[in-house]
Every structure is written in structure tokens, then in C-alpha cells.
Design a protein around this ligand. Structure first.
Ligand code: INI
Length: 156
């Protein structure tokens, strides 16, 4: 008999930290709204959600690390928007965010969800953060809940 571990999309009792960057706030605000809506729909209580704002995507991993270290947080969701063309150091910011966030997940052994959009254009970023329609903040919420549930089941 094969043993299978799965994570269910049940947010009941799950405690979620969200780090969101102010840079390109018109995009990240919509990611946050989609994320919060999906968390609550999945059963996460508002009192169990903490939101932490940082200046830009580069700063996300440090705040994510501090949240992930807390015993009262089960998973951290990282939301940001890095758009090519706005700066020559696009690659540096996007890569630092991705690597930093991946490191926090492994160092803290907790789900740390990466939803820092990295797009060529503002249009592409808009299409991934729609109020109604595609919104990567919603996907991030579901990934956080599934991974939190999965880790609970693996550790049983
Ligand atoms: N931060 C972003 O979140 N998105 C960007 O597109 C971006 N660009 O293009 O520069 C950006 N830069 C700021 C960076 O994240 C830091 O806040 C800043 O370098 C201070 O450390």
C-alpha cells in the first residue's frame, strides 16, 4: 500500500502572514485583495491573518523571514510586482526576491508562497491581478492553505 500525503483546501484554524510590497502598489493592492478574499472564502479567520507592508520586492524576504519565525504563523504569502522597463535593475530585484523567499521557506521549514509578479509590461501585470478574473493573489492564498495542510499531514 502506497502512503500518500495531500493538503486539502481547508483554511479552518490556519494562521497566515502576508508580506506585500508598496512598489507598484496599484498592482499589489489588487493581489492583496484577491488573496484576502480567497483566504476568508477557504475558511481562514480574519483575526488569523497578518498583513505586513514593505517598500519593494527586494525587502519582502526579510519581513517574510521574521513572520515565518513566529510560532503563531503557519505560512507566509509574498506579494509583489516587478516590472521590466521601470528600472535597469529589474533582474536583480526579481532574482533577489525569488531566492530570498525560497531560502526563508527552507530555513524556517514553513510554506512561504512566492507570488511576486515579474513581467515585461504593466499590461501583463494588470492581467495577472484582475479584480474579477485572473488574480495571482487568489492562487497564492490557495497554495498557502494547501501547503500548510500538507505539512500538518506529513508531520503527523
Ligand atoms: N521594487 C519592486 O517591488 N518592483 C519593481 O519593479 C522595482 N523596480 O523596478 O525597481 C522595485 N525596486 C525597489 C526595490 O524593491 C527596493 O525597494 C529598493 O531597491 C530599496 O532596497
Amino acid at each position: 500500500m502506497v502512503k500518500e500525503y495531500i493538503g486539502k483546501l481547508n483554511g479552518k484554524g490556519k494562521r497566515i502572514g502576508i508580506v506585500v510590497s508598496r512598489f507598484n502598489e496599484y498592482i499589489t493592492k489588487r493581489l492583496l485583495e484577491g488573496c484576502l478574499d480567497e483566504l476568508v472564502k477557504a475558511g481562514v479567520k480574519k483575526k488569523d491573518i497578518s498583513v505586513c507592508w514593505v517598500p519593494g520586492a527586494f525587502e519582502i524576504s526579510l519581513a517574510a523571514q521574521e513572520l515565518a519565525k513566529k510560532k503563531t504563523i503557519d505560512a507566509v504569502i509574498c506579494l509583489g510586482a516587478v516590472i521590466r522597463g521601470e528600472t535597469y535593475h529589474y533582474e536583480l530585484v526579481a532574482q533577489a526576491a525569488a531566492q530570498g523567499i525560497a531560502k526563508v521557506a527552507l530555513d524556517c521549514s514553513k510554506p512561504v508562497i512566492f507570488e511576486v509578479l515579474a513581467t515585461d509590461t504593466v499590461d501583463q501585470a494588470n492581467k495577472r491581478s484582475e479584480e474579477v478574473g485572473d488574480n495571482k493573489g487568489r492562487d497564492a492564498a490557495l497554495a498557502a492553505i494547501e501547503m500548510t495542510d500538507l505539512l500538518i499531514n506529513i508531520k503527523k
